[in-house]
Structure formats: structure tokens, C-alpha cells
Design a binder for this molecule. Structure first.
Ligand code: NAD
Length: 364
């Protein structure tokens, strides 16, 4: 297989963790007899500095020509004074999501036994570890519905956000959840607010019908968002695949990341409606965290989230399951061997970003 990847490291720790991840990608592909063609392009603040635009035309063109996008993270204090619409995240990541119709965000929440002490949760709540995946709808709902702010009678001000979902949007994200659950413990929890929201009532109806018609092997449970937020803290081990709409997923997946210890470990995949040359979903793969300006330039960042994003890319956009597993196993073994960056060291000895990347590479 010949893989064409657009590499967009972004800002602050973005280039640092990307530098640790690329050798891992190159090594695993070489081992499997595959070839790699990748080119690096500025995005976010780096795009603004180089081309006056967070998503330069040349960067977008490179993404269009690629089979998948490997993304770092964007934004930071340097560009904070720009008008909101020109800010790195809003002006690069959101346009990329809409341009490539990246409707499904897949975020694994994994707390391996070796890292139990990094979770803020009490030991007895996580004794059996945490292994779940959040499937968040990414291009619909409240964030993309009609918005307005206007002055109304009596000098009062009214702001409106609209939550809209169509059956077809719910069906396609349900299919992603079904495929994910099939490769795991075959259980989906739909998180909604069906006691209050019309859209949630539709979600329940459509998801239940889709699973009954196409996936009788999958079990389905329903949970209101307020209860789900509590259950994630009380008994996180009960979750396998969590399926939810855009805003609930935004909040819940961050809660999921924090119960699993460090943002530095959390990878994510945003999958599109379009397909690449191999007939697999075109996707954007990135760490769940941001640019961590507080530790940037000090060789302190944890590169695992970026490296695990490479594994997700190989699995989802290329069907290279064996190569994805090899990377995940190399990360597991590195951690099991006691090699940790500061964010997951629980106060014990730690290594830097470069050494962590090299240790993972060595275990491949
Ligand atoms: P952040 O995720 O960058 O940092 C939060 C905390 O987690 C910090 O203490 C940081 O040091 C730590 N952290 C994050 N990634 C880490 C890693 N790989 N290794 C070790 N520690 C890590 O969130 P923030 O501080 O709120 O945001 C900083 C900037 O990142 C902002 O400009 C924000 O807009 C941007 N951001 C970008 C994305 C993205 O590109 N997808 C996502 C979130 C935030």
C-alpha cells in the first residue's frame, strides 16, 4: 500500500509531538512493506504567520490530495488577540471539519492497568481499568444550527441557538458506532436528553431502529446526559461505546479524557462522509488535547496521543489493523516498562518527549 498523508503539526507542542510520531509511522509502514509519501504544511497560528491565514490555500490543497490528514493542534497566546473568527482553531479546524464533512468523532478513552494511579478517580472505582470509545456527531446540532442575537421589546436582548438533527445524520453516525462496537464488546450506550428534547426523541427512535434492523448482535442502552456525566465518574468501567450528539459529546469526551488520566494519552479520529483512494473513510487524526503552551518548547509534552492518532489513522483510513495494533502495543509496553513523561509519572522519574518517542519506536 502507498499512503499519502498531509501532515499539519500546528502550534506550540504540535510540532514536538509530531516529530516523535512520524518516525513511528515510517517504521511501522516499512516493517509491513508499505510506502509513505508525506508533506508538512502550516496550519493554525503557523498558517497565519506564514500565509496570513489559519488554513492557507496550499495547506487545504495538500489535504485534498492526501488519503488522510495527520493533525497536531493549533492556537495559543500568540494569536489570542485576533478577532474570534480569525483565531487559529476556529479558522482552521472548523473549516477542515466542514470541508471534508468530518461528521464522526471517534475518541478512545483508555486507562491501562499500568496507569491507574494517573486517574483522579478513587482506586476502587477503576480497579478493572477503563476501556471505552466516545462516538460524537461532529457536524450537526447546536453548533451548526441557525444562530442570532437581537434586541427585542423593552430593550431586552435575545440570543438563539438552534438544534437540528435529521434521521439520515443520525443513521450514518449510528453505523460508525455499530462498526466500532462490533470490533469491541458489542454494547452501545446512547446518551441524550429524551425527556426534554425533540431531537433526542428522534435520536432514540432512529438509533433503536437502525440497530434492530442492521445489528441484532449489538446491545443498546439509553442514558440521559446528566446521569451519564455522573456514571462516568461512579462506574466508568460499565461503558463500551458511547454514542451521542455534538454538544453532549464535546463535554462528555473531555470528562472521559480526564478520568483516564492525561490528555497527553488521548487520540482522536474525525471521520468523513468521503472516501480516500482505498475506499476507506477520509479522516483527520489528532490528539484530543490542545497546544499546551505551558509546557511547549521544553521537551515535556507526552507524544502518546499523537502516536496513538497515527494508529487510529492506519486502522480507519487504511484498514491496516495489524500495524495499528503494533503501535498500540509499543505504547503499552513502554508504559508498562515504567517509561513515562511527566504528565503520567505521578511524581516519579520522567523522560522528555523525544526520549518517550524513541522508547516507543524501539519497542516496535
Ligand atoms: P490544552 O489541552 O492545550 O492543555 C490543558 C492541560 O493539559 C495543560 O496543562 C497541558 O500542559 C496539558 N497537556 C495537553 N496536552 C498534553 C500533552 N501532550 N502532554 C502533556 N500535557 C499535556 O488546553 P488549553 O490550555 O485550554 O489550550 C491551549 C491552546 O490549545 C488554546 O489556544 C486552545 O484554543 C488550543 N486547543 C486546540 C485544540 C486543537 O487544536 N484541536 C484543542 C483544544 C485546545
Amino acid at each position: 500500500m502507498h499512503l499519502k498523508i498531509a501532515v499539519l503539526p500546528g502550534d506550540y507542542i504540535g510540532p514536538e509531538v509530531m516529530s516523535a510520531a512520524l518516525p513511528v509511522l515510517e517504521a511501522v509502514l516499512k516493517k509491513g512493506g508499505h510506502t509513505l509519501e508525506h508533506s508538512t504544511h502550516p496550519v493554525g497560528g503557523a498558517g497565519i504567520d506564514a500565509h496570513g491565514k489559519a488554513l492557507p490555500d496550499s495547506t487545504l490543497a495538500a489535504c485534498q490530495a492526501a488519503d488522510a490528514i495527520l493533525f497536531g493542534s493549533v492556537g495559543g497566546p500568540k494569536w489570542e488577540k485576533l478577532p474570534p473568527k480569525e483565531q487559529p482553531e476556529r479558522a482552521s479546524l472548523l473549516p477542515l471539519r466542514s470541508h471534508f464533512r468530518l461528521f464522526a468523532n471517534v475518541r478512545p478513552g483508555l486507562l491501562p492497568q499500568a496507569l491507574l494511579e494517573t486517574s483522579p478517580l478513587r482506586a476502587d472505582r477503576i480497579a478493572s481499568g477503563i476501556d471505552m470509545v466516545c462516538i460524537r456527531e461532529l457536524t450537526g446540532g447546536l453548533y451548526f444550527g441557525a444562530k442570532s442575537t437581537k434586541e427585542i421589546a423593552g430593550g431586552d436582548i435575545e440570543a438563539i441557538d438552534t438544534m437540528v438533527y435529521r434521521q439520515s445524520e443520525i443513521e450514518r453516525i449510528t453505523d460508525v458506532a455499530i462498526a466500532t462496537a462490533r470490533a469491541r464488546r458489542k454494547h452501545i450506550t446512547l446518551v441524550d436528553k429524551a425527556n426534554v428534547l425533540e431531537t433526542s426523541v428522534l435520536w432514540r427512535k432512529v438509533v433503536a431502529a437502525r440497530i434492530a434492523a442492521t445489528a441484532p448482535d449489538i446491545t443498546l442502552a439509553f442514558l440521559y446526559i446528566d446521569n451519564a456525566a455522573m456514571q462516568l465518574i461512579l462506574r466508568p468501567g460499565q461503558f463500551d461505546v458511547v454514542l451521542t450528539e455534538n454538544m453532549f459529546g464535546d463535554i462528555l469526551s473531555d470528562e472521559m479524557a480526564v478520568v483516564c488520566g492525561s490528555l497527553g494519552m488521548m487520540a482522536s479520529a474525525s471521520l468523513g462522509a468521503g472516501h480516500n483512494r482505498y475506499g476507506k473513510p477520509f479522516g483527520l487524526y489528532e490528539p484530543s488535547g490542545g497546544t499546551a503552551p505551558d509546557i511547549a518548547g521544553q521537551d515535556k509534552a507526552n507524544p502518546c496521543a499523537q502516536i496513538l492518532s497515527v494508529a487510529l489513522m492506519l486502522r480507519h483510513s487504511f484498514g491496516l489493523e495489524a500495524e495499528a495494533k503494533q503501535i498500540e502495543n509499543a505504547v503499552d509496553r513502554t508504559i508498562a516498562d515504567g517509561i513515562r513523561t511527566a504528565d503520567i509519572a505521578s511524581g516519579k522519574a520522567s523522560v522528555g518527549c523525544k526520549a518517550m518517542g524513541a522508547a516507543i519506536l524501539a519497542r516496535l
